[in-house]
Design a protein around this ligand. Sequence first.
Ligand code: HEM
Length: 179
Amino acid sequence: MKGIVFTEFLELVEDKFGLEMVDKIINNSDLESNGVYTSVGTYKFSEMLQLLQHLSSYTGISIDDLLLVYAEHFFSVLEESYPGLLATYSDPIEMISSIENHIHVEVRKIYPDAELPSFEVVEKTENSLIMIYKSSRAMHHFGLGLMNKTFEHFNSTATIVLENLKEDGTEVKFLINKN
Ligand code: HEM
């Protein structure tokens, strides 16, 4: 997992819960990196999982809700870092349906070792989209947060329903309807 995902995560934790919480979740985890991350480095996903698990147990907030809020923050990082990529789009359905064959293709050119999910388009109309998310990392709520912000970016909103296709969350159907 790319370092920018860790550095932005820890910044948000510091903002919302304070530096003490950052220290607590790092010190309680068994981290190869020792909790020292740079935005251009690459680290094990298992480190992110440990940080999320500890933050979840200290705050009582579920991992899914933490990922959702984190993704909403991460979207503004993407907006600042990749304005050109977002400017290619004028419609949220078009943008979200292009993650697999355009956006993440570009991401892979920048970060050849990025660990990206697959997002297969099953059905697409002007105002609706059905997609299947697949990833061993089960970060579907991270995807949900990014989608919510994508609609907001285009001054729109949507109702998005998630249906687990596998119990462990590694395959999830997204039913997206523009409001
Ligand atoms: C992960 C970039 C848009 C869904 C990532 C990662 C990067 C990235 C750098 C981390 C990869 C790693 O840690 O190895 C971008 C950029 C975008 C964009 C630059 C737009 C300009 C989106 C959108 C979605 C999305 C709109 C909405 C569904 C995800 C998910 C992950 C991810 C779910 C987590 C990895 C996983 O589930 O396996 N993306 N992304 N991305 N992205 Fe994107």
